[in-house]
Design a protein around this ligand. Structure first.
Ligand code: PMP
Length: 414
């Protein structure tokens, strides 16, 4: 059932799914139907192998050693940085800073650029659909500096109101921080227009790419964002590794973040000087294994082709939308013209959590709740949604299983 009508013109689903060992397991006696990809994706064998090959073959600390293992580990770690640079179209690998994930990348900017540049009366613009990770760091900064946090409203269809955004921009706006793709609604925001308008007003722009890096073609130079943050674990890579991209000129002028090894040039009790980019922002021993495995994840995406993956995910999204709309009492939250890989919905009279539990009993993994977007849930007047989110290995057959599972859940809960 799961593998019926699965292959698109370009992707062979049997081959793709075989690369993800976890997909062959069962949950509660049923084949796993994993539709929680916006929270984290599953990992292909190549990513799992890259981690174990590092620990079994060349585990060593990087940059400081002259022995063979240290040289091999350093080469693999830096090759991953170059791979990320190419993946997002950055002009230099010095602009690629390895972090723990999107959250750490955003906090890095808030604590360094933010503390150096934001003063009383300055304004930071975010949006009503932001993940808590792109709200709270700015809220803390604004409270500390007596700055003003402004919020772009979300319209009923789940798109940002662009006229409202343009009205919010003033000569006091110092930063606009918005998500590229909403994790709760799937909305793809018109980031190029947002960035152009912000730059015209003299503000910098941070794009939260946690949900977009896996679904969309990213070119930070074409986009012209000043910062772009994303997480490895949402693009078939490991947890605990992420990337902050920043324009070199801006990063060079920012103060340091954490102090420690690697980020220094020379340390003396009288005065310490700091390392060049990107090491200036990578204090301490980094997450070497997972950084190396991130390259394997990027290779997986590029080998199968971003365009082909996008085409497949769009087909899944369209099919899921059509099938779910036909379920009695079901309302999709977020009907933006441009969406990526996410369908969020509520069912009249039923609590999302109850639906989630009954789906889990049938082997179907979806996310329920507020999706770390409480202000967005408040805006729609709901406690949360059920969210199905797709990845390259999902199939039309799995959407049929979800829809059948929902019918069963509705019957049991009514
Ligand atoms: N922003 C968005 C839009 C997200 O979806 C997420 C993860 N759900 C984050 C930020 C935070 O990512 P992480 O937990 O990997 O730091």
């Amino acid at each position: 059932m799961i593998l019926e009508d699965t292959s698109t013109d370009h992707l062979d689903m049997v081959t793709i799914r075989q690369q993800f060992p976890i997909l062959s397991r069962t949950v509660k006696g049923r084949p796993l139907v994993y539709l929680d990809n916006a929270a984290t994706t599953q990992k292909p064998q190549t990513v799992i192998d890259a981690i174990s090959q590092y620990y079994t073959g060349y585990n060593a600390n990087i940059h400081r050693g002259i022995h063979t293992l240290a040289e091999e580990a350093t080469a693999a770690y830096e090759a991953s940085r170059t791979s990320v640079q190419e993946f997002i179209g950055a002009s230099s690998s010095e602009e690629i800073i390895f972090t723990r994930g999107t959250t750490e990348g955003i906090n890095l900017v808030a604590y360094t650029w933010g503390r150096a540049n934001i003063v009383a009366g300055d304004e930071i613009i975010i949006s009503e659909m932001e993940h808590h990770s792109n709200i709270v760091p700015w809220q803390i900064l604004c409270e500390e500096r007596n700055a003003v946090l402004k919020v772009i409203p979300v319209m009923d269809n789940g798109e940002l109101s662009m006229p409202a955004y343009l009205d919010l921009l003033t000569s006091n706006t110092k930063l606009v921080a918005v998500t590229h793709v909403s994790n709760a609604l799937g909305t793809i925001n018109p980031v190029e227009n947002i960035i152009r308008a912000a730059h015209q007003a003299g503000a910098l722009v941070l794009i939260d790419g946690a949900q977009s890096a896996v679904h969309l073609d990213i070119n930070v130079q074409d986009m012209d964002c000043d910062f772009f943050a994303f997480s490895g674990h949402k693009l078939y890579g490991p947890t605990g590794i992420g990337v902050l991209y920043g324009k070199k000129d801006i990063l060079n002028h920012m103060p340091v973040f954490q102090g420690g090894g690697e980020m220094i040039k020379e340390v003396a009790f009288e005065h310490t000087t700091y390392n060049e980019l990107p090491y200036k922002y990578e204090a301490g021993t980094p997450n070497i294994a997972d950084a190396i495995a991130l390259k394997a994840a990027i290779d997986f995406i590029t080998i199968h082709g971003r365009d082909h993956i996008r085409q497949h995910e769009t087909a899944l999204l369209n099919y899921a939308t059509e099938q779910l709309e036909a379920v009695p009492g079901l309302t999709i939250i977020g009907n933006a013209g441009e969406k990526a890989g996410v369908v969020s919905f509520i069912i009249k009279g039923l609590h999302p959590q109850d639906i989630g539990i009954l789906l889990d009993n049938q082997g179907i993994a979806v996310r329920t709740g507020h999706h770390c977007t409480q202000p967005l849930m408040k805006r729609f007047g709901i406690p949360g949604t059920v969210r199905a989110s797709f990845a390259v290995y999902n199939t039309m057959g799995e959407i049929d299983v979800l829809v059948a599972g929902l019918h069963k859940a509705i019957k049991m809960l009514s």
